[in-house]
Design a protein around this ligand. Sequence first.
Ligand code: NAP
Ligand code: MG
Length: 483
Amino acid sequence: MFEIKPFWQNYIDGAWVDGGAGRIDVTDPATGNVIAQHALADAVDVDRAVMAARRVHLSGVLTDMRPIKRGRMVQAMGRFLKEHRERLAYLLSREQGKPIWESEIEIDGAALYFEYYGNQASTVEGRSIPLGSGYFDFTHYEPFGVSAQIIPWNYPLEMTARSLSAALATGNAVVIKTPEMTPLTNYIFAEAAEHVGFPKGTVNVLCGLGSDAGAALSAHPMVNQIVFTGSVPTGIAIASAAAKNVVPCVLELGGKSAAIVHSDADLEAFETDLRWGIYFNAGQVCSAMSRVIVHESRHAELIERAVKVASDLTVAPGETLKDMAQGMGSMVSHGQRDRALNMVKEAQDQGATLATGGSAPNNAGAFLNPTVMDVTPDMTIARDEVFGPVLSVMKFTQDDEAIKIANSTDYGLVSGVFTTDLDRANRAAQKLRAGQVFVNEWYAGGVETPFGGYGKSGYGREKGREALWNYVQTKNIAMKIGK
Ligand code: NAP
Ligand code: MG
């Protein structure tokens, strides 16, 4: 238990400040109670933050520094997060609803980004290009300048860490727009940047409404690059704003990711994939395993096992769930929970069978019992993202049919194949339209592996070496050096 202070401010140009748009209540979704208020930034605050970041960029302080030194500072930010792990985990569980043990995983994951990208700072090397005698030509990579990062509520720490660490490692200054529902924990990035010695204005953290501060940030003419993680409609709005200023953006949008389970798959082992794939963070994961496409011969068994996995989970306030075996927390808000419940009801109207769940426990929290539905690919629930603990199971007969169903949504974030036949797995991996394919383990991969979408799941890649190129632009220098 930690005390939560009643009012939290934004961090602009190295100072903690109130917001021009007033304050917003922050709610604990497990109880529905307000736990704090946060300052709300308006367009004027956004402008001050962007101009502060721009001043830092133009001063050259970040780019003049030897990259290995910048990298060490980025790594130290990760260690700073770990030093505050216990307090942060408590706060994250209270504002977001997830179990304490999941919050700890998130903090460790966030710290890992700083370790990884801090370590990459000195590896962003150019090359020399032969032009014949008398010329020396080389490329090098320069930061864009001001990176604007708009963060979703499902992993507020990890999502900020992912883009902030890479942006700083490559020498950018950053303005972060935190989510209105989970703004509290992001204070740590301001403190961390200050603690490791980044000049004021390098990292600015502000909470504001998407339609106000978010829109102002993405349209700001002095922003040079945008990273957005969130929904498709907002992604389109941000890409449109970026286009007007001719700046690049990275879009990490939603998904309706499918696991294809073949008749030869190890279904006992698959129970672990179900546990993590759809019930981790109460299913509020962009790359959740929200669809399972199983061979008809194993369909009944799979439903039975999924029901068992779901029924074994305790659903309780995140702050009471300290170890992994204990279960699942609440969803982020009553609005998100009710949206998911409605999608389940609509699916039943369309003929889907509820195998388990589909209901809310009788209490004041934003809980949804872990749900398993038997559906067909034509139903809305088989195509649209629920963003909750709702698994849709459907069946296939032929391998090609499974791929066709998997590829039949507008999305394409990740997908999975479960089989003991590696030829079959490889064939599927080539044909699946998704940015990442898991074979025999959902969420295989990590901070080192590029992640991002095909189709409406977005463009650009975060994580891995790939992501570094989002934050730099190529400069070629062609020198005439002799006669
Ligand atoms: P959202 O409404 O798109 O919000 C995401 C962020 O954008 C929030 O900070 C939001 O501010 C802000 N925003 C809203 N409207 C804006 C506008 N017009 N201009 C600029 N910013 C704006 O998404 P969400 O419903 O909170 O999050 C769930 C979605 O995110 C799901 O679809 C999920 O799949 C996706 N997601 C994807 C990934 C990934 O890595 N691919 C990770 C996490 C989530 P407010 O907080 O004020 O709304
Ligand atoms: Mg929203």
